[in-house]
Design a protein. Structure first.
Length: 364
């Protein structure tokens, strides 16, 4: 009997505690919402919606307290029944009615709270442009400052955000964008940043302006029997001493005149030079017998190379046009070492064991 009484006391107390706690939290949440929308238009008077909400809030609060008092009285009646079945039945009946009423009141609080939360979101609490700032509150100058001046048609504005600006800034032409809040703009495609200004790109199609020079990336495929040195505009590109391997090099052509210069050295028996030069899949020029654009001269072991022979300015007008090499490759089978379109060449008067210098001028 005592154990049953204890269980009833604990259950009764728990119901009372949870009911009061939940009712208080709902009332507090609703009051906060009411305070937030109490003057949404800044007119200095209470909105009619707030007045209605306060009446509903007060009414539900009173009903909740009355209902809790009824539950307390019914609980006391139930606890003091001392086995009297009539009093127990009456107490249970009151508890059922009061509990149902409490559930309805709590549901009303939930519905009211939901409606006014939605109302707060609809009126945009806190986003009113006419709302006076709180004393001492720092208001960020969003949208106050701008990038001033014009950006020409041949330029592109760098990414920036007005909200990042702390003062009006003039638009500034730069080579590359740095910070979003500096109001920078750069040259559009087809223009170059030169001397602090945007200038029309002086380079042709496929060329890039680098270090004051228009350059295009090309390639060379080459081999020689027995060895070679390859130069472009006086600079050594590569060397090799195995004629069976066809090497490929990357070249940096400049816009204007370019000179390919090749030294080929034969060590005896068969001899020849073959090469192709181009860009992407396009062939610009190749070694070819009878091509007057190629100028070659042969030397023996005792003779030294003429000074500056690989440079652009060297005069090769007295050199000979190369000839195609055919007979020496048969029956040796060395024709398998081919480069598309190109021919094996040598000088007309050179032969086995000689060294030749060849030059080709090409203008982009």
């Amino acid at each position: 009997m005592k154990r049953q009484l204890a269980k009833r006391l604990i259950l009764f107390g728990l119901i009372i505690f949870l009911g009061i706690f939940w009712l208080c939290t709902q009332a507090s949440a609703l009051e906060v919402g009411l305070n937030e929308i109490s003057s949404p238009l800044g007119l200095g008077q209470e909105d009619i919606r707030v007045t209605i909400a306060k009446v509903i809030n007060l009414s539900l609060g009173i009903l909740g307290l009355v209902d809790l008092l009824i539950i307390i009285v019914a609980g006391a009646l139930y606890l003091t029944a001392l086995g009297d079945q009539e009093r127990i039945a009456k107490a249970k009946k009151v508890l059922i009615y009061a509990g149902t009423g409490l559930i309805i009141i709590l549901a009303a609080f939930s519905i009211t709270n939901f409606i006014f939360n939605e109302l707060i979101g609809a009126v945009g609490v806190g986003g009113n442009a006419n709302e006076a700032p709180v004393a001492g509150e720092e208001i960020p100058p969003y949208g106050t400052y701008i990038c001033t001046g014009d950006d020409p048609d041949w330029s592109v504005m760098c990414d920036y955000d007005d909200y990042d600006l702390t003062k009006d800034l003039p638009k500034t032409l730069v080579a590359n964008c740095t910070e979003a809040k500096k109001c920078e703009y750069i040259c559009n495609s087809g223009y170059l940043f030169l001397g602090g200004n945007c200038q029309k790109n002086p380079c042709g199609t496929g060329f890039i302006y680098t270090g004051g020079i228009c350059k295009a990336t090309g390639f060379a495929e080459i081999t020689a029997d027995n060895m070679y040195d390859l130069y472009l505009n006086g600079a050594l590109v590569g060397s090799a001493g195995t004629w069976e391997d066809i090497e490929k090099y990357q070249l940096n052509f400049t816009q204007g005149l370019n000179v390919m210069a090749i030294k080929a050295q034969d060590m005896g028996e068969a001899y020849g030079l073959i090469a192709r030069f181009g860009y992407g899949s396009q062939t610009y020029f190749v070694t070819k017998g009878g091509d007057s654009n190629w100028k070659c001269k042969n030397y023996n072991y005792q003779q030294s190379d003429p000074s500056g022979w690989q440079n652009v300015s060297f005069n090769d007008s007295a050199w000979a046009v190369p000839v195609k090499q055919t007979d020496i490759w048969s029956p040796s089978g060395r024709l398998q070492y081919k480069i598309p379109v190109a021919e094996w060449i040598w000088t007309p008067t050179g032969g086995s064991g000689t060294r030749i210098l060849c030059r080709y001028k090409y203008t982009f």
